[in-house]
Design a binder for this molecule. Structure first.
Ligand SMILES: N[C@@H](CCC(=O)N[C@@H](CS)C(=O)NCC(=O)O)C(=O)O
Length: 233
């Protein structure tokens, strides 16, 4: 089995949950193969590998499946720990707990607001934009505390919360265009905007997050990952 076959990711490029797994693998320098799902058609491999949730991403490590993106990121951190790449999660238990808290917060708050701003449900767009802005404001404050004047939530190196949050930046920029709102506002969340600009040019991130226009195009073509508007029948 080649090195790439040892690590496969079942995914779809626009999924923030998939994006974060790819970033984590790239940061650790792990070669992987991305096994792309077709929108609206769940493969046998996906159904077999994640029979509980039937969702991407799934990491297959030597054929063994691991589901749930944040759990996968922690698995990658543990399995590919080395002296060359700083750990995603800090050594200090309290700081680890704080990063996990905010990563959970990000996954609770961002997806529903992004869905609404994409027009995928009946919720009010103004309210969703307000909720998303309020969440980004709290994350701005968390950044100031956690980064301690350094470049990342993880301090000098890209950490767990950096990976969890940056995976949404493509969609946040896309919904700014779709809904005509400003979310990553330099006047309101200057540190977060600088962080996003910096991290999006990081070699491990730059190829994992396509241009906002590509997300917009995906959003117009497909309603959701499981129920395409115009995708393959
Ligand atoms: N909590 C899961 C969420 C995964 C998820 O929602 N994946 C979406 C793509 S972004 C999916 O597979 N949707 C298909 C479906 O809902 O049936 C994670 O972090 O991995």
């Amino acid at each position: 089995m080649s090195e790439a076959e040892a690590v496969r990711v079942i995914g779809l490029w626009p999924s923030p949950f998939v994006i974060r797994v790819l970033i984590a693998l790239k940061l650790k320098g792990v070669k992987y193969e991305l096994v792309e799902e077709v929108v609206g058609k769940k493969s046998e491999l996906l159904l077999r590998s994640n029979p509980v949730h039937k969702k991407v991403p799934v990491l297959l490590h030597h054929g063994k499946p691991i589901s749930e993106s944040l759990i996968i990121v922690q698995y990658i951190d543990e399995v590919w720990s080395s002296d060359d790449v700083p750990a995603f999660l800090p050594a200090d238990a309290y700081t680890r707990a704080v990063q996990r808290f905010w990563a959970q917060y990000v996954d609770d708050k961002l997806p529903p607001a992004i869905r609404t701003l994409r027009g995928m449900d009946d919720g009010g767009k103004d309210e969703a934009a307000e909720q998303l802005s309020a969440a980004l404001q709290l994350l701005e404050e968390a950044f100031v505390k956690l980064s301690q004047g350094k470049h990342y939530f993880g301090g000098d190196s890209v950490g767990y919360l950096d990976i969890a949050l940056v995976s949404y930046v493509g969609w946040v920029k896309a919904v700014e265009k779709i809904a005509g709102v400003t979310l990553l506002d330099k006047a309101k969340v200057p540190n977060l905007v600088a962080w996003a600009d910096r991290l999006c040019t990081h070699p491990a991130v730059v190829d994992a997050i396509p241009d906002a226009d590509k997300f917009v195009e995906f959003s117009v073509t497909y309603g959701s990952f499981s129920k395409p508007i115009n995708g393959p029948k």
